[in-house]
Design a protein around this ligand. Structure first.
Ligand SMILES: Cc1cc2nc3c(=O)[nH]c(=O)nc-3n(C[C@H](O)[C@H](O)[C@H](O)COP(=O)(O)OP(=O)(O)OC[C@H]3O[C@@H](n4cnc5c(N)ncnc54)[C@H](O)[C@@H]3O)c2cc1C
Length: 156
């Protein structure tokens, strides 16, 4: 929306004055959305009698998961069948140490505290393209608003 107001709506006959980016407010709105979605899932767990154990799990054997609980302590869960759904992580890049401040994954990119003037996006997959795309959602606006964006991709 911000990008459209800055670069697009005027030529379509919609003039808007005094448009400002409030990054802190934007991050706060993002955090509220994430918290709302997470709480929504917790509510569904409760409603459907799914036990939610918060912690980091590791297999003790093929039917046993040992959990280090977020609130401290440990617990052991056993089941005949176990589904592993631990998601994925960004591939480490040789020579770069990810600090989620200057060298960021997509996780750090949606939590930047200031608008970067220049940025290189490594990887032209869905997420990388989303970050440099004009049709991207608001969170990526700084990447499309400033001219110093470069994308690096190995596939031809
Ligand atoms: C920036 C970004 C934007 C995206 N946008 C979209 C979009 O617009 N639409 C869309 O459909 N998809 C989008 N995706 C993709 C989508 O987020 C993933 O495909 C989806 O979240 C994968 O779900 P998952 O359950 O496999 O893994 P995840 O959602 O990653 O969930 C895995 C969970 O396992 C937990 N976990 C990991 N290890 C352990 C452990 N040892 N013990 C306990 N828990 C553990 C993690 O903390 C995490 O909560 C986006 C992804 C990114 C990164």
């Amino acid at each position: 929306m911000y990008h459209q107001i800055l670069h697009d709506t005027k030529k379509r006959g919609i003039e808007v004055g005094d448009v400002k980016l409030n990054l802190q407010q934007m991050m706060s709105a993002k955090d509220t959305s994430v918290a709302g979605l997470t709480k929504g899932v917790e509510f569904l767990f409760k409603k459907n009698n799914v036990e939610y154990v918060k912690g980091t799990g590791a297999f003790a054997d093929k039917h046993t998961v040992q959990v280090n609980l977020i609130d401290g302590g440990e617990t052991t869960l056993r089941a005949k069948n176990i589904i592993i759904a631990t998601g994925s992580e960004s591939t480490p890049f040789p020579g770069l140490t990810i600090d989620e401040k200057r060298v960021v994954t997509s996780t750090g990119a949606i939590a930047l505290t200031e608008v970067p003037k220049k940025m290189i996006v490594i990887g032209g997959g869905i997420i990388g393209l989303e970050m440099v795309s004009d049709a991207c959602m608001e969170m990526w606006l700084w990447l499309t608003t400033y001219p110093g964006i470069r994308m690096v991709e190995t596939r031809r």
